[in-house]
Ligand binder design. Sequence first.
Ligand code: ADP
Ligand code: MG
Length: 367
Amino acid sequence: MITFEHVSKVYPDGTHAVHDLTFGAPSGRLTVLVGPSGCGKTTSMRMINRLIDPTEGVVSLDGQDTRSVDAIDLRRKIGYVIQSAGLFPHRTVVDNVAALPRLLGVGKKEARARALELLAKVGLDERFALRYPYQLSGGQQQRVGVARALATDPPFLLMDEPFSAVDPVVRTQLQDSFLQLQRDIGKTIVMVTHDIDEALKLGDQVAVFREGGTLAQVASPAELLAHPADPFVADFVGASRGYRALGFVEATATVQLADEAMVRLGARPADLGEVDGGWCVVVDDAEAPLGWVDLRTAGDVVEERHIDFSGTVARADGSLRDLLDAALSSPTGRGLVAGPDGRLRGSVGAAEVLRHLGRGREAEVAS
Ligand code: ADP
Ligand code: MG
């Protein structure tokens, strides 16, 4: 656990960067500091590994005041990832990752072997190991940055805008693979971002900062969306809060799925007999749904060009938001739902999803 108690920072030029900060980042969880630019997020984070000293207050790690620990010893326990990776340009990828363990006396062979393992963990193929940073894309460099921060297996990890410098598609990939990694390694993480969507997606806990370095609210993503503490937080969290909050409500087994007729690519509609309404789900050989076909307008054989791909496919174990989105985007109003194995389970209508939401709300009010 990382704890801030009444921590303030005033820079020598009189700038009040952080004001009376009190909150905890729980062990094994990812806490995100989010807020507009200049509101003291980076300053707060750098007070954890003592790159910056607080003017007032106490920062502690697992109950130990960081000022009572030697700064170098402290930083060995805290991995640090910065925007655009900050890799050593004249060292190969594998040596970037192995650098700190080597410095701490780990043998070359062992450090490199461990580095290769870590590179695999962050989703980088072995063939990148001997490249230099300039031979990698921004997203790949960022993966190396994460591997390097984990090289000494520190219990704590600080990440300052780690995914902000890459394009949106790569950012989504990095976020997804990082979430996967964290499920595996369970580090105590503090991450800084200015992007509220990233904060809500990644954070177990989100701390919203406002100008002047004060804390506006600390809460889970679902709680922030459902109950923003004040107009500033409500505005910062943004529009469509009700809909986005559905992303944190799991689709339970009690959502009723309707059976759907399936047709494979290359099938002959004439052989299928009467299909209700003419719309039918096209599936691939593994029975994964591809989209819908209207058998009244398809030709003699169902081909790819007959498929309406507009609907999203929700996972049966996904969120109510995914289910509702599948229903709303479907040309039939029936959202396609697949199991964890990717096979078609059935369909769900918007009314069925909303019926569940209604139940959840009533239960909340009753309790
Ligand atoms: P954020 O990471 O939220 O964008 P920072 O923590 O970097 O914000 O900065 C908070 C405030 O402190 C800003 O007004 C910034 O200009 C100021 N600041 C940051 N570093 C220094 C410094 N070394 N000296 C003076 N002011 C600084
Ligand atoms: Mg910053």
